[in-house]
Structures are given as structure tokens and as C-alpha cells.
Design a protein around this ligand. Structure first.
Ligand SMILES: [Ca+2]
Ligand SMILES: [Ca+2]
Length: 281
């Protein structure tokens, strides 16, 4: 048995040597032995920074490099060696050829206009600035985020809830609700979009909703309610929140004010009952 096992190990070992050796040969034949480096801005056609996504660079329709970006810029600060630049690989055969840039946000890919208008491959490794501008179609999500009331009259309105839209792992943007709880999230593209609703300064539970954005126009996301009772801000309403409230029984002063979810100035059994009714919501 032992020798069979040893032969298997030897076989796998030789196989690995062969595969790695072959890969080494392929690597040695890699036609890309030069590169260009880029940094700059990513903006929409109104010059607003694009929050996040991935830049792809192409020569002759072949992808030669890609880089994720944040807050409308890539490779910046330019002199920081720890900040990755957009590397575009090529060879002497590519010198003078135009590089095309695309920007991927979520599931959507946009062809970018560049500044300078034409970017040609040099293989010089010199860092060059290229501003990328993309036109994001006029699609949006609209809906309402309503705050559960502490008293029948407070909060007086539903403003100030942050609505964060994410597609394909990229944050598209965050908008804030108006007094009637309404919001419009722009810059989204057709397909699945995750919305996260959060409201600071109380115990309203952060809530999420996934909507499918239509290819054009505005998609109605309906109404979402943010419930009271997430005292520790962990995204759930459960026994831990009730225990914390129980420890704050008495006058609703200082950080105990948050536990007074019916706004009568005292933390007592009525508040616990109100939050208990929200468990699982
Ligand atoms: Ca909680
Ligand atoms: Ca109370």
C-alpha cells in the first residue's frame, strides 16, 4: 500500500513539474513586455464623480488592463507608490495604437470619452493623466422610506433617512429622503439593485430591499418602514435590545432617551412592549 501511495505522490509531483514548466514556457512567450500607466478622474457627463466601479482598457478589442476605482478617481495620489495605477500591457507592435477605456458599474459597462481625446499606446511606463467621462442612462429608482413614529406627531416628518444604492458590489450613490419620505436614486442601471435605508439619531432599524431596475424611466420601489427598537445598531431588533432598555428603566435622560420609544419621558414596560412588537420585523 505504502509504495502505491508513494508512486501516486511521485506521479502528481511530476505532473505538477510538467504543468508548471509548460506554464513557464508560455509565460516566457508572453508578447506583452512593455506597459503604460494611467491615473485620473472618472466622471459622468455632468462632471459629477462616479462613486465606484472598474476601469477596463482595450487595444484592438482585447482587454489589456483593469483597475477598480473609488470616489471618482483612480491612481491618485499619483506620487504615492502604494496607490495602484491603471497598467495597460502591450508590446512594440502596439506603439501608436489607440487605447479604448470602458467603465463597469455593477452589471453595466459604459464606453468612456477621454481627455485627452485620443490616448495612444506608448509602452513608455510614464504616468499619464486621463479623465474618463461616461454617459449614464437616465434610469432611476423612486420610493418612500417612512419612520415609525415615537408619538403620533414626532418625528414631524420623514426626512433624513439615507438610501444607499448598490449594484454588483459597487456603491452607486446615497440619497437622503425628503419630509414626505420620498427619494429618487439616480445613476442606477437596469438589473438588480440593493437599497439600504438607515437613519441616525434614534433606534430605527437599518432596512434593506432589493429591486429590479427597469431599462428606462423610473422604477417604483414602493414604501419601506423603518421600525423603532434597534438600540445597539446591529441591524436587528431582538432580546439584546430589550435587555439594554431594561437596564435604562427610569427617567429618559442621556443615552436612555433612545429607549423611550413612546416619548413620554420615562423608560418603562410600555416602551419594552412597543419594541417587543417589532421583533422580527
Ligand atoms: Ca439590535
Ligand atoms: Ca416611554
Amino acid at each position: 500500500m505504502g509504495s502505491v501511495w508513494a508512486k501516486r505522490v511521485l506521479f502528481v509531483y511530476l505532473l505538477l513539474v510538467f504543468i508548471l514548466g509548460f506554464a513557464g514556457v508560455v509565460y516566457a512567450d508572453d508578447p506583452f513586455d512593455t506597459f503604460d500607466r494611467f491615473y485620473g478622474q472618472v466622471q459622468d457627463d455632468l462632471s459629477n464623480p462616479v462613486p465606484s466601479g472598474t476601469i477596463e482598457a482595450y487595444i484592438d478589442g482585447e482587454k489589456r488592463g483593469e483597475l477598480a476605482f473609488q470616489n471618482g478617481q483612480y491612481g491618485i495620489p499619483v506620487d504615492d507608490p502604494y496607490v495602484e495605477k491603471l497598467i495597460v500591457n502591450g508590446s512594440a507592435l502596439d506603439n501608436g495604437k489607440q487605447i479604448q477605456f470602458k467603465v463597469k458599474i455593477g452589471g453595466a459597462t459604459y464606453t468612456a470619452q477621454t481627455n485627452p481625446a485620443t490616448v495612444n499606446y506608448q509602452g513608455s511606463m510614464t504616468k499619464r493623466q486621463v479623465i474618463l467621462t461616461i454617459t449614464i442612462p437616465n434610469t432611476s429608482i423612486n420610493g418612500f422610506a417612512i419612520l415609525e413614529k415615537v408619538t403620533p406627531t414626532t418625528p414631524a416628518d420623514n426626512s433624513g433617512t439615507q438610501v444607499k444604492a448598490t449594484q454588483g458590489g459597487s456603491e452607486i450613490g446615497t440619497v437622503v429622503t425628503g419630509a414626505d419620505g420620498s427619494y429618487t436614486a439616480t445613476g442606477v442601471s437596469a438589473g438588480s439593485c440593493a437599497l439600504e435605508f438607515s437613519h441616525t439619531g434614534g433606534s430605527w432599524k437599518t432596512t434593506t430591499k432589493t429591486v429590479t431596475v427597469e431599462a428606462s424611466g423610473s422604477t417604483d420601489a414602493g414604501t419601506v418602514t423603518l421600525y423603532l427598537g434597534d438600540m445597539n445598531g446591529d441591524g436587528g431588533i431582538n432580546i439584546l435590545d430589550l435587555l439594554w432598555m431594561a437596564s435604562k428603566m427610569g427617567p429618559a435622560t442621556g443615552d436612555a432617551a433612545k429607549a423611550d420609544v413612546n416619548g413620554d419621558g420615562q423608560v418603562n414596560i410600555l416602551d419594552l412592549l412597543k419594541v417587543a412588537a417589532n421583533i422580527g420585523k
